[in-house]
Structures are given as C-alpha cells and as structure tokens.
Design a protein around this ligand. Structure first.
Ligand code: ADP
Length: 528
C-alpha cells in the first residue's frame, strides 16, 4: 500500500472522526442526528479530490464516531455504511452524470452540487441511519421523522457549506496583487461583516425587537465579498460565519435561539443554507462572466495580432505593385491599386484600434511624453484630414501657442478619431470647428460638428467599450464602438478629461482637456 495513500486515509479518518465527535455535542436529535455535521462535506470533498479509494477512511470514521457515542455495534456499522454510500453516491452522480468540475468554475457545478447531488445523497444516509437507530431501539417510532429531518438538513448544509470550502482550497491558485486599495476594501468589508454579525447575534447595541428583523443585514457584506473577492473567499467566509453562528446560537445568542439546541440549529441552518447558496452562486456568476470577458479580450488580442501580419505584407506588396505599374505607366491599374490601398488602410486602422483596446484591457498601453506645441499638432492633423475630405471645411477657431507635455502620437490619435467621427456623423453639414483654449491649468481642445447629434441618454454611455447609438439616425453607420473608448483611455492616462455636449439633430461638441503642468517623464508610462 503506497505511503501517500495511507496518509490520505489517515487524514480523512482523523478529520472525519474529530469533527464528527464535535458535531455530536450540538444537541443531536435522537442522540445521533446533529444539525452541525461537518463530516458529510469533508467526505464528499475527499472522494471528489482523492477518488473512491478513500471510502475506508469514511466508513471507519463514521463507524467509530457512532460506536464511541454509545451506538451498538450493528447500528454503528449500518450508519457507517449509510454515510459511506452517501459520499460515494454524491461523487458518482456528480462526476459520472452531472459533468462536475472540482474547481467549481461554472455556476452549474455549484447548482448540481448544492441542489441535486447534495440533497439526494443526504436522503440515503439519513434514511439508512434513522432506520438503523429505530431498528436498534435507539429512537422511538415517534422520533423517526424529527431525527430523519435533522439528519437530512445537517448533511445538506454540510454539502452546501463544507464541500465548496474544501474544494475551493484544493485547487491551484495564484495570489492576486495586493494593492492598498484592495487591502482597504478587504478591511472595510470585514468590519461590515463583523458589525452585521454582532448586530444579529449579540445585540450589544440593544436594538433587537425595536426595529424590523435584522437577520438580513448579513447579505450586504456577503454580496460585496461575492462580487469582488471571488469564490474561494466567499466559500471561506460562509464556512467561518456558519461555524461562528452555530457556536453563538449554542451559547444562547441571536435570533435563532429556541427551546432546544436542535430546534435552534434547525432554524439557523435553514437560514445559513439560503445565505450560502445565494452568495456562492453570485460569486460563481461573477467568476464566469469575468472569465468570459478575459477570454474575449484574449481573442481580440490574438485575432488582431494575427490579422496585422498579413495586412502588413499586403501593404508592402501593393507598394511594390504600384512602383511596377508606375514604370509601365498603367494609369488604370494605378487607380485600382490606390483604391485598394485606401481600403487596406481602413482595415489596418480598425486592427490598430483593436490592438489598442487589448493593450488598455491588460494595462499595457504606453505613453511617450514630450513637450510640443498643441496648435502645430492640431494644424497638422487638420491639414491631413482636410486633404481627403471634400465636403467639410475644418475651421480652427481659437488658437494658443502654449506648449503641452503629452504623447504626441496618442493625442493626434484622439484628435483624428474626434474629427473622423465629426465628419462621419454630420453628412448634411459642411463645416467642423476646432478650437484650442488654455486656462491657467488645462489645455482644452474641442471639435464641434453640426450633424445628427447624440440623445441625452446615450451621452452617458458614449465612452464605454463597444457602445454604439442604436437609433434610426445611426443605423447607416458602421463601426466597432471603440474609438471613443480608446480616446477616453488615452486622455485619462494623461490625467485629463474628455466630455461631450450634444443636442439631437443639431450637432455635437467633443472636448478634451490636458493638464498644463505636466513634467516630462523620460520612462515609458504603462497604462493601468
Ligand atoms: P464608432 O464610431 O466606430 O462606432 P466610436 O467609439 O468612435 O465608435 O463612437 C461610438 C458611438 O458614438 C458611435 O457609434 C456613434 O453612435 C456615436 N458618435 C460618436 N461621435 C459622434 C458624433 N460626432 N455625432 C454623433 N454621434 C457620434
């Protein structure tokens, strides 16, 4: 027998036995059915993680816990069989039929564990155990149902609380970066949770009965944890909270205290079960959506890199072709090549936007700051755009000669985006006004058009990723809805601001500000 296997058996047995003995001190119904029963969750997690071969540890653990609690030999053995079957059946159901993943990465894993396999397997051990107690004359006929109920509830709760807790710690994980903000958030939520606990269970401020029931105060901190700290922290918090509240209730504290411990625990555990399922599922949903988001970002990054390479080759080949056709003086072919080139340029711009988007997402957009005269940059960008824009005249209204410290390329990218949007979304107008102002603290650049405008409700979302206005005026324009998101990220990275003023059907003014007192930093600044 390999040593590691023996060690695993020993570990499961010891944890099972001692937590079991401890659980039986919490006023078990019929002497054996306790509502605070950690072994069920421990044995399920053990089988899921270590395999069916760990069953002997569970059987011996359950057998000895009951034997040392004055059950007769056949009763203890039967209960042992019931408890072992319970874990084996739950694990079999989960892995064989319910396609369960131990990492609990999907919400469905939590659902099948807590709502299907957990309750169904609890029925097995509760039925076998209660039957054994009745046939062994340990409980009377009248006590069968109450014993069975306590057994079922205790085991279900264990599967809901203990199994996710253990599974969440049994998988590999990397520590997330500890920032001051994160620590502050963790401390705040812990204080909130502790306060809710004190309010609910100890009534140290004497408000019980004076206001509406306050049991539900436990939800806000738990929801916060589920939303922001992931499944492992949620499962651990629930586990700790459950143990502390069972202990408090046993000491006669809190709103769940009834005439007997078992009755009190029945009320408490039903509440804790609901709390646990809700929080764990919420944490699961958040985890799943974060994962999807990550995968989407990765896809965008890979796709844009892969698309960029052939496009660069196409551009080079087109230039070569152009030179050849020029030599041959093929006017018609040259025209076609020029048209192809402009389409390829459009495509390359879209891909560059996608690449920028992924850089922003992973905090890798870099700024190369330098001192330059903004009016020169504005003039240069306007001239370039004016060269290819026939319909609109771009007027530069106000000027200032002050210099700014910023990433020239990125700021020109913002300007190009605003000007291109102004042209695109004002098909019936013929002018666009650009103005440049300097206050004592900021540079303000504005681009005003007289186009379709943006409704008030959409203005709030205009800088969000992938947002595009969905109304009849906008349906003829294509785009990814990322230009303004990138512009916003660039401006904010410069510690500036971007905003919009618009009136539907009349026109739009986009403005951005850059702080004037910005020292040059020689090193490249990554965008966080
Ligand atoms: P795209 O134009 O590629 O969809 P943007 O992020 O640049 O992406 O713009 C997002 C949305 O904002 C556009 O789809 C459009 O509905 C709206 N929008 C942007 N600029 C203007 C403008 N000057 N006038 C009216 N609507 C605009």
């Amino acid at each position: 027998m390999p040593f590691s296997y023996v060690l695993q058996l020993l570990l499961v047995f010891v944890t099972y036995f001692f937590t079991g003995r401890f659980g039986l001190t919490f006023g078990p119904v019929g002497g054996f059915a306790t509502l605070f029963w950690l072994p069920t969750g421990i044995s399920l997690a053990a089988i899921l993680f270590g395999g069916y071969r760990l069953w002997p540890a569970i059987f011996i653990g359950a057998f000895l816990v009951n034997l040392t609690s004055h059950a007769s030999l056949p009763v203890a053995a039967t209960i042992g069989i019931g408890n072992t079957l319970e874990a084996l059946f739950a694990a079999f159901l989960l892995t064989r039929f319910l396609h369960f993943h131990n990492s609990l990465v999907r919400v469905r894993d939590l659902l099948v564990l807590t709502l299907v396999a957990g309750p169904l397997s609890a029925l097995i051990s509760a039925t076998i155990g209660t039957e054994a107690l009745y046939l062994g004359h340990t409980i009377s006929y009248q006590n069968i149902f109450s014993t069975w109920l306590a057994w079922v509830v205790g085991d279900i709760l264990s599967n809901i609380i203990v199994t996710p807790f253990l599974l969440s710690w049994s998988i590999r994980f990397s520590l997330s970066k500890l920032t001051f903000q994160r620590i502050f958030e963790a401390v705040t939520v812990t204080i909130l949770l502790a306060t809710s606990y004190l309010l609910i269970f100890t009534d140290i401020w004497g408000i019980h009965g004076k206001i509406a029931p306050i049991t539900y105060l436990i939800f806000p901190p738990l929801i916060w944890i589920a939303l922001r700290f992931g499944q492992r922290t949620t499962a651990t918090t629930i586990m700790l909270l459950s143990c502390i509240s069972v202990w408090s209730t046993r000491l006669g504290l809190g709103p769940f205290v009834k005439s007997s411990i078992s009755e009190s625990l029945l009320y408490l555990q039903t509440f804790m079960g609901t709390v646990a399922i809700t929080s764990l599922i919420l944490a699961g949903v958040v985890h799943e959506s974060n994962e999807l988001e990550k995968r989407k970002d990765e896809f965008i990054s890979i796709a844009s890199h892969e698309l960029k390479t052939p496009l660069t080759t196409i551009t080079l080949l087109l230039q070569l072709l152009k030179r050849l056709q020029k030599k041959k003086k093929e006017i018609q072919s040259l025209e076609l090549i020029n048209k192809t080139e402009s389409q390829v340029k459009k495509m390359a711009d879209l891909i560059t936007d996608l690449l920028d988007l992924s850089k922003i997402q992973i905090g890798k957009l870099e700024l190369r700051k330098e001192r330059f005269a903004m009016y020169e940059l504005v003039q240069e960008v306007v001239d370039n755009i004016q060269r290819i824009t026939k319909k609109h005249t771009i007027i530069i209204e106000e000027q200032t000669k002050k210099k700014v410290v910023a990433d020239k390329e990125r700021i020109s990218q913002v300007l190009i985006n605003l000007l291109n949007n102004a042209i695109r979304y004002s098909p019936k107008a013929d002018k666009i006004i650009v103005s440049l102002k300097a206050t004592s603290q900021d540079f303000i650049v504005s681009v005003e058009d007289f186009g379709i405008g943006i409704a008030r409700k959409d203005q709030e979302k205009i800088f969000e990723r992938f947002f595009r206005v969905k109304d009849s005026d906008n349906k003829n324009y294509t785009g990814f809805g990322i230009g303004l998101y990138i512009a916003n990220a660039i401006v904010r990275k410069h510690h500036g601001r971007i905003w919009v003023q618009s009136s539907k059907g009349k026109g739009t003014t986009f403005s951005f500000s850059l702080p004037l007192s910005n020292r040059i930093r020689r090193k490249i600044l990554p965008l966080k």
